[in-house]
Design a protein around this ligand. Sequence first.
Ligand code: ADP
Ligand code: UDP
Length: 237
Amino acid sequence: MKRLEQLYEGKAKIIYATENPDLVIQYFKDDATAFDGVKKGTIVDKGVINNQVSTKIFQYLEENGVKTHFVEQLSDREMLVKKLDIIMVEVVLRNVAAGSICKRLGIEEGKQLEPPTLEFFYKSDELHDPMINDSHIKTFNWATEKEVEILRAQGKKVNELMVAFFKQRGIRLVDFKLEFGRHKGEVLLGDEISPDGCRLWDMATGEKMDKDRFRFSLGNVEEKYQEVYNLVCGQGK
Ligand code: ADP
Ligand code: UDP
């Protein structure tokens, strides 16, 4: 499948058209941003790692009944996906308190959250992705009531599957963000699932293995992304 014109360039990926109007190519870059683009940098080979890790996870989710946009991995940095009309609502699942929930609610980092929480954020860089609820989604027509039900049910299911997936590999899945979109009357899981959009802690040492290492300049960023890659995509997994 050949890459045609660029449709969109985001902070971490470029979207290209293909000869098939229903399919697009996601090209994974090494560019890294944090704090709404205020901090910018590069994580060497992040694009390659995130493409392989996302591929592995999308395949695992599909095998377990989750409908995703994934079609096939085309190269080191390219993934062929179904073209989505992206729902402008980010779905965040949390198993352990970290990041914005700690600040917002005064919760101590590391607290186990039982049951896990599901939050909605409006996908808008200019507004700094504000937290929203079902009533905002309905009033502003970001999604229908039926779609919101799907976001909740799929979010919960993906969380259960991913907690088990990472646990088998010695990784604690702290939290993560999902994006969904519409394709031919269906709601599919889109975007990527990688250390850029998940918090992943080493179960043995508690060490952070995700983009927080870049956000907070913790060092060994490339090494930890590589470790996640080895654990997720390594031999025998
Ligand atoms: P951002 O837009 O936040 O800077 P990226 O750099 O990751 O993010 O860019 C990828 C963009 O492509 C995102 O805006 C995402 O919502 C969108 N996207 C993800 N999957 C698809 C898809 N299957 N079809 C169309 N757009 C998609
Ligand atoms: N996240 C993301 N993109 C966003 C916002 C959050 O991928 O625009 C991910 C983030 O990496 C973390 C989870 O969603 O795994 C929860 O993020 P949080 O709300 O704690 O915000 P942050 O601390 O990243 O500002």
